[in-house]
Design a protein around this ligand. Structure first.
Ligand SMILES: Cc1cc2nc3c(=O)[nH]c(=O)nc-3n(C[C@H](O)[C@H](O)[C@H](O)COP(=O)(O)OP(=O)(O)OC[C@H]3O[C@@H](n4cnc5c(N)ncnc54)[C@H](O)[C@@H]3O)c2cc1C
Length: 307
């Protein structure tokens, strides 16, 4: 398809914003990334199915993104279409047949918003999401977690759109969650999730959330831009400790720096490029392997082309 018709077709399909040649350093929480051919912000779940079906038909690659808080886009950018779910923001609660309460939210709802809703409604179960800067879609896809709990503990069902553009609901029992991952087909987009929570005491839920936010402020280098934990924790020793013991805290390539506060955070200390961050990730991997014989596995998602 030629350049012009590709752009026109996308504009026809999407009711929300459509950005072309969009620098992704404006969108990733770590502030790096080259240009995406297109970045779309659909506003309705229904149009998402059509967009995906058309992209697939035309052989254009696409990837769903949420708040881009676990994402590094290489400096050469992304060839294809990034579909941001940011503007799908419906949420609510209803009684669940089990006696609990079902909180439902579309993919673009920030996790902070559903944590706030759970506090307002005195619902317990979601406190661990406090302070995780992702969206519902990204959180479910990553099986986001903290302080011993993760999405898999509260997801009741999700709605997916597959490569043909059809939506279907999948119950928790059929979902294969793993550590920081939900096993989904490459082309599946999470558009909505239902969480099963329990009625609790508003004061207790609120104070748990406060406690978690305070712990995070103390441990995480929140004054810098980052993508959260770069590596998964291998077995029982946290990745951050292995990195610290390898003497890597404060290690720098350009403006990419291993945080002095938390070894598993690589921060953008100024105007780092994706290349600097990735080179530093590789240095950490090499040195931890040399010193401890452990191969760190990446939690952060790296997409796009080399420059
Ligand atoms: C300061 C900081 C602290 C963090 N703390 C934590 C933490 O405690 N625990 C934790 O688990 N994570 C943490 N993270 C990482 C991140 O916030 C989570 O992984 C979050 O769930 C990612 O959500 P997102 O919307 O930003 O996803 P994105 O970064 O946009 O995407 C992440 C991945 O999910 C896919 N994806 C996104 N949306 C969808 C969708 N709708 N359907 C299908 N696939 C999708 C993307 O293609 C990509 O592969 C932290 C990040 C930061 C910056």
């Amino acid at each position: 398809m030629d350049h012009l018709s590709f752009r026109e077709k996308l504009k026809e399909l999407v009711s929300g914003e459509v950005l072309f040649d969009e620098p992704m350093n404006r969108h990733t929480s770590i502030g790096v990334g080259g240009k995406a051919d297109a970045l779309l912000f659909p506003k309705k779940r229904e149009e998402l199915g059509q967009i995906i079906a058309r992209l697939r038909q035309d052989g254009i690659s696409y990837l769903p993104v949420g708040n881009c808080t676990n994402l590094i886009v290489r400096d050469g950018g992304f060839r294809g279409v990034l579909i941001s779910l940011r503007d799908l923001r419906e949420k609510g609660i209803r009684p669940d047949e089990s006696g609990g309460v079902c909180l439902h939210a579309e993919a673009g709802v920030p996790l902070s918003e559903i944590v706030n809703l759970s506090v307002e409604e005195s619902l317990t179960g979601m406190e661990f999401c406090a302070g995780i800067p992702g969206s519902v879609g990204g959180g479910v896809r990553m099986n986001a977690g903290a302080y011993g709990r993760e999405m898999k503990d509260i997801v009741k069902s999700i709605t997916l759109i597959n490569g043909t553009g059809r939506a279907r609901s999948v119950d928790r029992g059929k979902l294969r969650f793993a550590y920081r991952n939900l096993d989904l087909p490459e082309d599946a987009v999470v558009v909505r999730a239902e969480f099963l929570l329990q009625k609790g005491s508003k004061e207790q839920v609120r104070s748990k959330v406060k406690e978690i936010v305070a712990m995070r402020k103390e441990k995480h280098p929140l004054q810098y831009r980052s993508a959260g934990s770069i590596f998964k924790n291998p077995g029982t020793v946290p990745a951050g400790r292995l990195i610290e013991e390898a003497g890597l805290k404060g290690s720098r390539i350009g403006d990419a720096m291993v945080s002095e506060e938390h070894g598993n955070f690589i921060v953008n200390a100024g105007t780092a490029r994706a290349g600097d961050i990735i080179a530093l990730i590789e240095r950490v991997e090499e040195l931890v392997f040399l010193k401890r014989g452990i191969r760190l596995e990446r939690e952060v998602k790296i997409i796009g082309e080399e420059e």
